[in-house]
Write a protein that binds this ligand. Sequence first.
Ligand SMILES: [Zn+2]
Length: 206
Amino acid sequence: MTLRVSALDGRVSITAPSHVPMRDIEAFVLEKEAWLQDKVSAMPEPVPVTFYTAIPIHGMLHDIVPFGGNRMEISKNHLYIPEKIKLPNAITVAFLKILARDQIIQEADFYALKLGLPYAKISLRDVKSRWGSCNDQGAMMFSWRLIMAPPKVLTYVVAHEVAHLRHMNHSNQFWNELRSLLGEYREEKQWLRENGATLHKYKFKD
Ligand SMILES: [Zn+2]
């Protein structure tokens, strides 16, 4: 039997052969209680986004600051939002989606050209289960939260999905294709594994 806690959303799942009686499964779970507690308490605390919250953009923390201007502005460590805005969370997420869209399209165009295969379309979503996907029609989906990650991590995810335009699997040919498109990607993959969940702790909805 195996017990797993998703690093992305904290969901607990248990896998057991069908012949194992329910009471044995329950006993197994009870036995693992301390381990489960540790896992769940290690999940990142949710951070509601509002004025003066610091959120990562391009992998660097930016303070959300109200100012007297009429449009949004971004500097190295600040995101300036007009002070009259009532819902800084909603305007911030809209701004992040625009940034994400620009960056993802730019990278996708670059790597699709390099690969020599076009993609059909790109859509952005906010799903916890995956950072990107690509179907056999060439439609790609990305999490807009990638704009919060270091730029190389976003690039890795985009190049990864572009490589799926040629190989719809994770075979050796796929990884070789990705390596020839992008070069070494181990650190970026590891960053997502270790830190990806932190991008989901920022709550943009009331
Ligand atoms: Zn893949």
